[in-house]
Design a protein around this ligand. Structure first.
Ligand code: GLV
Ligand code: GLV
Length: 355
């Protein structure tokens, strides 16, 4: 291979490696045992010659790394993530390094986890599981682990992009929830979907579902019963959910976060969970990942999982493939595949996702 491409972590599947090696690249995969690589670790990986890097969301890709990559002749960096808050794109641009991310292939997988957390919180699945395993179940009772019925309630989505819209469709169609969303852009296709599904229900003699585009985030927080956060993390969304926004939510609301931890002021959230035992959260991401703020782990009204929203086999192989294509396209000077359907076809060739 003429080009040296580094992956800072082993990634699922092998096809992403073949894609690169078939096109003049030699792939070096970092096998360091530590989970989170420091800037120094990555500097020594880059070394004197490196054409492209596939990196992870746990790494700090700023001035130091991009200048080193550029000095080593590198032209391309891809995050194996859709989020890129760990990447200083301005610094990359300054050093002539192109930046890629991996949207699309994780939309449904991530939305499915947001739906899972919504249900786990609504029906108190984790608490009930702990109770069962602790041997505390001594017979059916009318009030045992009573939770929330989603049907007819309102699901609120903050950030109705690809993932937020997929989640909204799942909750509306799966559980007959009404939708309220907030986004700078109008989610036209999502609105059409809810309208059509509402008409279907009506023709069936059932209560139709409805949608509303809120004019402020506060409107969603006040009106929704289940709220899922799907914004990107930047200065404008840092601590979007804080003491004041929590205060206007319903006392029995459910809040789900599969975006980025710092979108929520986690200290304020722990306080709120303590004061409002009927308020529940499902969290995939944390402000100081991999740590939780003090007290969160003790809250029965919180379901917590370790940033696994995109963790399905198909999606993780897809992310690795897209990251490889991002780097390869820049090194070669042209997009290897320009049509997103080609990626999907490639991924489905040997292991089709379940229909
Ligand atoms: C995961 O958090 C991602 O951004 O892909
Ligand atoms: C509950 O198990 C019921 O039969 O109603």
């Amino acid at each position: 291979g003429k080009y040296r491409v580094i992956s800072t972590k082993p990634m699922p599947g092998t096809r992403w490696i073949r894609l690169l090696t078939d096109q003049d690249c030699r792939v070096e995969i970092c096998t360091q045992k530590k989970t989170i690589l420091s800037v120094e670790d990555i500097l020594s990986l880059i070394g004197d010659k490196c054409d492209g890097v596939i990196g992870q969301l746990t790494e700090d890709w700023g001035e130091v790394l991009f200048s080193a990559l550029s000095r080593a002749g590198g032209k391309a960096f891809s995050n194996m993530a859709v989020g890129y808050n760990n990447v200083d794109v301005n610094a990359a641009t300054k050093y002539g390094v192109a930046v890629g991310n991996t949207p699309g292939v994780l939309t449904e997988t991530t939305a499915e986890l947001a739906a899972s957390l919504s249900l786990a919180a609504a029906r108190r699945i984790v608490e009930a599981d702990e109770f069962m395993r602790a041997g505390l179940y001594d017979g059916w009772l009318p009030h045992l682990f009573v939770g929330n019925l989603l049907k007819g309630q309102t699901v609120g989505v903050i950030g109705a992009g690809r993932i937020g819209s997929a989640y909204a469709r799942m909750m509306v169609e799966g559980f007959k929830m009404n939708l309220i969303y907030y986004d700078l852009y109008q989610a036209t296709r999502l609105e059409k979907f809810v309208t059509a599904y509402g008409e279907f229900l009506k023709s069936n003699g059932e209560q139709p579902v409805t949608w509303k585009r809120a004019s402020s985030m506060q409107e969603v927080l006040r009106e929704a019963d289940v709220i899922s956060l799907h914004p990107i993390l930047d200065k404008t969304t840092y601590h979007l959910i804080n003491k004041d926004s929590l205060a206007i939510m319903k006392k029995e609301a459910i809040l789900v976060n599969c975006s980025r931890g710092p979108v929520i002021d986690e200290v304020a959230l722990v306080e709120h969970l303590k004061e409002n035992p009927m308020f529940r959260v499902g969290l995939d991401v944390f402000e100081d990942e991999p740590y939780m703020k003090p007290g969160l782990a003790d809250m029965k009204n919180a379901v917590v999982v370790p940033h696994i929203a995109s963790a399905s086999k198909w999606t993780r192989e897809g992310m690795a493939t897209l990251a490889a294509l991002n780097v390869l396209g820049k090194i070669k000077g042209y997009p290897v595949w320009s049509n997103p359907n080609q990626v999907e076809q490639f991924l489905n060739e040997n292991s089709p996702p379940p229909a």
